[in-house]
Design a protein around this ligand. Structure first.
Ligand code: SF4
Length: 351
């Protein structure tokens, strides 16, 4: 018999962040404007269901820019790309739209600025993650990767007075704090971003999961295995003393986890669709569902500039040539703020 869950507490905020919203909507536009295939360098976001929906719509995901045929429409993923990848793809693609999240771009700028000022840079992140690879490629000669679990190790800068500490945006807050403290003790002149590189979505979702941990017997985190912020949510919940599991959807729930779990917390990584959360709650079939809100998010990132230019050109052409658009007449992006990525996925038959 499946154990009875009395109550589900839903974390707020959870799921899609502003960067993921922007990237999903941008790639949806690409599938509407161009006949398939549209190419995308790296998974647009790290979620298996989202990637599968785009593949069904004719998107081909590649990990090698050389796999993109010359002249093919191409999007670069939300995680940010190495400078040489951007250059190569611009030479190969007819239309290249870079859907990098602005908060990742900020860290790319910090790497360039610190390297240009002669700093040795410690970058706290996960080896091989798309965001870490793209960010470190801004100044590979100046950057040393620090695994958040392993710490600073034997790192020896050429000048201990010129050390910078930067980070992947999706780290666990408790892991970042540990490395920051150790680095400040070892390098008193340490330079780091005024507010850490961990983005608002990462910190808000982790704060919410820490509150859930105090109120629940088990926390389920909806998101894919390659999603860094999803895994960080699981670690944050466990570090707060509650059992926690990552699941892609309701099919991954093991009834044995629910034995004795009267109150279950549910949250979702920044790339997990709300539809998956809804299906998980339905599968748990609790007597009551309550929201636990720790922050309201108003962040919005407009579409990438290359996509805005493309759509405005198309609109002008459709309306009879450049300059034909009447001022004040609605354009295709004028409602973008109100258009949700979940609706975009709905157009693809997913969500
Ligand atoms: S998790 Fe943060 S850095 Fe990553 S896409 Fe979302 S807002 Fe941007």
């Amino acid at each position: 018999m499946t154990p009875v869950v009395e109550k589900v507490l839903l974390a707020e905020p959870r799921g899609f962040c502003a960067g993921v919203e922007m990237a999903i909507k941008a790639l949806t536009w690409m599938t509407r404007v161009f006949p398939p295939p549209v190419y995308c360098y790296h998974q647009i976001v790290h979620n298996a269901a989202v990637v599968a929906a785009f593949e069904a719509a004719g998107v081909i995901f590649v990990d090698d820019p050389a796999a993109v045929p010359y002249g093919a429409p191409l999007m670069l993923s939300a995680h940010g790309s190495a400078p040489e990848v951007v250059q190569v793809t611009r030479r190969r693609g007819a239309v290249v739209v870079d859907a990098v999240c602005p908060l990742v771009t900020k860290v790319h700028h910090e790497v360039r600025r610190a390297a240009g000022a002669g700093y040795d840079i410690l970058y706290v992140g996960h080896a091989g993650h798309d965001e870490a690879v793209g960010t470190m490629a801004e100044a590979p000669e100046a950057v040393t990767l620090v695994d958040p679990e392993a710490g600073l190790g034997q790192f020896a800068p050429s000048d201990p007075e010129r050390v910078a500490l930067l980070a992947q945006t999706t780290l666990g807050l408790h892991e970042w704090d540990g490395v920051l403290q150790a680095a400040r003790e070892r390098f008193p002149g340490l330079w780091t971003a005024r507010r850490s590189d961990l983005c608002y979505a990462t910190t808000n979702r982790q704060e919410a999961v820490r509150v859930l941990a105090r109120l629940t017997d088990l926390v389920l985190v909806v998101g894919s295995a390659n999603s860094s912020n999803t895994r960080a949510l699981v670690r944050a919940a466990r570090a707060s003393g509650v059992a926690a599991r990552r699941i892609d959807g309701p099919g991954a729930i093991d009834p044995a986890w629910l034995a004795g779990a009267k109150v279950v917390g549910v949250t979702a990584g920044a790339s997990a669709p709300e539809g998956a959360v809804r299906r998980v709650v339905e599968a748990l079939a609790p007597n009551t569902v309550e929201a636990v809100a720790v922050a309201a998010e108003e962040e919005y990132f407009p579409p990438p500039p290359q996509l805005r230019a493309l759509l405005l050109c198309l609109q002008a052409a459709v309306e009879g040539g450049c300059g034909a658009r009447a001022p004040g007449r609605p354009g295709p992006l004028d409602d973008d703020r109100r258009w949700a990525a979940s609706e975009a996925l709905g157009l693809l038959g997913a969500g």
